[in-house]
Design a protein around this ligand. Structure first.
Ligand SMILES: [Zn+2]
Length: 415
């Protein structure tokens, strides 16, 4: 970014957690032209760069910024439907959509701000037709807006026409964006997008070398819809007649070519057994884990430890403020840490570098190492116990970030 060009700055704190390497007490990051130039002890970084500007954060830790692999910015928490079964909740959501659209700009601006103040530096956001993209682009975060499309109302309503429409929309949205923000396609879910449109969208985006997002194997009702064509979602979407496939959602997604290394599948919470994990691992698809949303909406617990053991890339996602409590990715991660009994190191990796890997952006962000963008969060904590990473996560979960730096620019600083 322009303001960072040519400038060399040292950011230093009591602790530095690069994630890609061990923690450094009295650590420092040298930032040049928006990228990380070196990492080490403050004394050494300072000696090698005596004329660099120094930003000292005493009583704090520096960690990679949070990578939110699945979020929605359209919603404001106080307007949401009540939590309950997934289909009841979704019905409430649909009823509120028209009214909600009037507040979209304000909601998305505030939501993005909440994420930035919680130390988020990269966000994968999903919204109908990419409606939240302008607000993600203005937030200071890097990221992708996944534009959801609904085939019956897109283009001429045929699968070919609908996919043509959303591909055109995404390329239009991509014009004039900041360098680290882009727009991509989302196949919303197996119960809203017909298999032919989904198959075509997956093929077209893969041919273009682009990432694709989907909600998959989320709720018991989705499971019922896909396997038997029954249940709450079949009732809501009664004209969507392609359910009753006799397959689990993961097998169905595999069968229509949705699962690939470019795809990030959110939730994978209900109906994910051993066979499904094998399929997911073989396909190379990545997962976005949203444990609070799953709990709030009557979904099962995603088998994340088994998925990780199988080599599946897993990142954390907050989902949106109508299905979860906050857009603080570190708070979401602490829920996962407790739920799966992870240590702090695993949690911190999930919130940062693993999220970047899940989205295929690990070469540019997710850890504090030379060559990557200077994307990090400064959190007020001086950890002293045996699990320092957990202390840092807890502090970030409770109080957010003192400062958030994206590409070397301070996009949030608590005064
Ligand atoms: Zn979602």
């Amino acid at each position: 970014m322009d303001s960072a060009v040519g400038k060399r700055s040292i950011f230093t704190a009591d602790f530095l957690f690069p994630v890609s390497s061990g923690a450094v007490r009295d650590g420092a990051v040298l930032v040049k032209d928006g990228r990380i130039a070196s990492v080490g002890k403050f004394s050494e970084v300072r000696e090698a760069n005596p004329d660099a500007e120094v930003r000292e954060f005493s009583g704090c830790a520096i960690l990679p910024g949070a990578v939110n692999t699945h979020a929605h910015l359209s919603f404001r928490r106080e307007d949401g439907p009540e939590y309950g079964s997934f289909s009841e909740w979704l019905l409430g959501l649909i009823e509120r959509l028209e009214e909600n659209d009037k507040r979209l700009a304000e909601n998305a601006t505030d939501g993005a701000r909440e994420a930035v103040e919680a130390g988020t530096t990269f966000m994968a956001e999903s919204s109908p037709y990419g409606g939240c993209l302008p607000y993600l682009a203005r937030s200071g975060m890097a990221g992708t807006c996944f534009a959801e499309f609904f085939p019956h109302e897109s283009g001429d309503g045929t699968p070919e026409g609908a996919v043509e429409f959303i591909m055109g929309k995404v390329s239009e949205l991509g014009e004039g964006l900041p360098p680290r923000v882009d727009a991509r396609v989302s196949v919303h879910s197996p119960y809203t997008v017909d298999p032919e449109s989904a198959r075509l969208a997956a093929r077209r985006t893969r041919e273009a070398g682009e990432r694709l997002a989907i909600h998959l194997s989320e709720s018991p009702e989705e499971y019922d819809f896909v396997t038997e064509g029954t249940g709450g979602l079949a009732d809501i979407f009664s004209s969507n007649s392609w359910g009753a496939t006799g397959k689990t959602p993961v097998k169905y997604g595999d069968g229509i070519g949705l699962l690939a290394p470019e795809t990030i599948a959110a939730h994978l919470a209900t109906g994910v057994g051993e066979e499904e994990i094998e399929i997911l691992a073989r396909s190379g698809v990545a997962a976005a884990h949203c444990p609070r949303s799953n709990e709030n909406l009557g979904c099962d617990v995603s088998p994340v430890p088994a998925m990780m053991r199988a080599g599946i890339r897993v990142g954390m996602g907050t989902d949106g403020l109508w299905s979860s409590q906050s857009l603080n990715l570190f708070e979401e991660t602490m829920v996962a840490v407790k739920l799966h009994n992870f240590d702090g190191e695993t949690g911190l990796r999930l919130a940062t570098l693993e999220g970047a890997r899940a989205l295929g952006v690990e070469d540019e962000t997710g850890s504090i190492e030379a060559g990557k963008y200077a994307d990090f969060a400064v959190v007020e904590v001086s950890p002293s116990g045996s699990d320092t990473e957990r202390e840092v996560l807890e502090a970030a979960a409770e109080n957010g970030a003192v400062a958030t730096v994206v590409g070397g620019d301070i996009v949030h600083e608590r005064l």
